[in-house]
Design a protein around this ligand. Structure first.
Ligand SMILES: Nc1ncnc2c1ncn2[C@@H]1O[C@H](COP(=O)(O)OP(=O)(O)OP(=O)(O)O)[C@@H](O)[C@H]1O
Length: 358
């Protein structure tokens, strides 16, 4: 259980700067996820923490001790990668013992600790199996046992569930999180899966172009993102381009740029006269009859997902909207409905979108 402090980190490939002036502290026992589009610097940051990439500037400290120039084998950081890379010619128990052997731990002690780590991931009945005799999920558990057996100061997980199917993946997420909490291991997870990041993390770090654009606990990031970029990256949302008309405390009245429709929103965006309103699909209510403040809409597409139904709606006032309904059998494609939402669920955000949306 350790605290990691990253100060003014700079990472460059040749002369090209991938990460510049990045500051981040990870508390003892905390699990953070690095989330961001491809090329945003997640792997570079993880590799710098692991010691596999030498920073061009800045420093890394574990529990106050500078490790910026410490080689990976002396950092005592456990790592699990997407493809697990177990040694094919070693059995399960030998794979887990390997890191202890290189650290000079005596044979009997090695075996005892390897079995103990394998028991933690429910793999202690597979000691003599070779990797090719294990399923993907079992190999992943062995890789995890191998990472924790060295009693690491930190755990780095690089898409560790990437090779598993959805069901196994969800189980692995639960198990890894439980183990991480039990051992109070300070952990950094790199993932492309925002659901995984939300389900597992104490804190999500949203990266873009080598910098941190937002950071916070999953609930806050989902419900109160600071930018349209985070809102769109974390879960589905409707982003509506608007002009700001008037402000009253933390509320504003806005006008849809394309349709001229006016409505009330949460947030006031001081100093800006335009932005985006983020409206989550689950915050839109559809009804067959018109209520106060409701807008007419047409159901153009209906997609049934079992747990809920997605409706693609066309509205004269707000354009194309995605709505999620938990009662799925009510509206047919082509139906005329009325949509409404609460002002506090429509969040006014600065215009800061991924390049392909600008
Ligand atoms: N070895 C390298 N040489 C040159 N440039 C590199 C190298 N590795 C990464 N980069 C560049 O650095 C930037 C950050 O890459 P990085 O792999 O850290 O991003 P990422 O967020 O992990 O992406 P992904 O989600 O696709 O894995 C990218 O623009 C990438 O092209």
């Amino acid at each position: 259980m350790s605290r990691l402090e990253i100060d003014s980190l700079k990472i460059a490939y040749g002369g090209w700067v991938a990460i510049d002036d990045l500051n981040l502290t990870i508390e003892k026992g905390e699990l953070i996820s690095l989330l961001g589009p491809s090329g945003s610097g997640k792997t570079s940051l993880l590799r710098a923490i692991g010691g596999y990439l030498k920073p061009a500037g800045g420093s890394l400290r574990i529990d106050g001790k500078d490790i910026t120039s410490t080689p990976p084998q002396f950092r005592d950081i456990g790592m699990v990668f997407q493809n697990f890379v177990l040694f094919p010619h070693l059995t399960t128990v030998e794979n887990v013992e390997f890191g202890l052997r290189t650290r000079g731990v005596a044979k009997a002690e090695r075996r005892r600790r390897a079995i103990e780590a394998l028991a933690m991931v429910q793999m202690d009945t597979y000691l003599e199996r070779y990797p090719f005799e294990l399923s993907g999920g079992q190999q992943q558990r062995v890789a995890l046992a191998r990472a924790i057996v060295i009693r690491p100061t930190m755990l780095l997980l690089d898409e560790p569930m990437g090779a598993l199917d959805t069901k196994l993946r969800e189980r692995a997420q639960e198990e890894i999180r439980a183990l991480q909490q039990e051992l109070q291991l300070t952990t950094v997870l790199v993932t492309h899966d925002q659901r995984e990041a939300m389900a597992m993390s104490d804190r999500i770090i949203v990266m873009r172009g080598g910098t941190i654009v937002d950071a916070g606990d999953p609930w806050r990031l989902y419900h109160a993102p600071k930018t349209a970029f985070t809102a769109e990256f974390l879960g589905a949302t409707n982003l509506l381009p608007v002009e700001v008309l008037t402000r009253d405390g933390n509320r504003a009245r806005v006008r849809m740029t394309q349709t001229g429709h006016e409505f009330e929103v949460e947030g006031s965006l001081p100093g800006a006269n335009a932005g985006y309103v983020s409206l989550r699909p689950e915050d839109i209510t559809c009804a067959l009859s018109c209520g106060p403040g409701a807008l007419p809409a047409k159901v153009v597409k209906r997609m049934f997902y079992g747990v809920n139904t997605h409706l693609r709606l066309e509205t004269p006032g707000l354009g194309s909207l995605l709505a999620v309904q938990h009662r799925h059998a009510v509206f047919e494609e082509g139906a005329d409905v009325f949509v409404s939402f609460q002002p506090q669920d429509a969040r006014l955000l600065p215009a800061d979108l991924p390049e392909d949306r600008q």
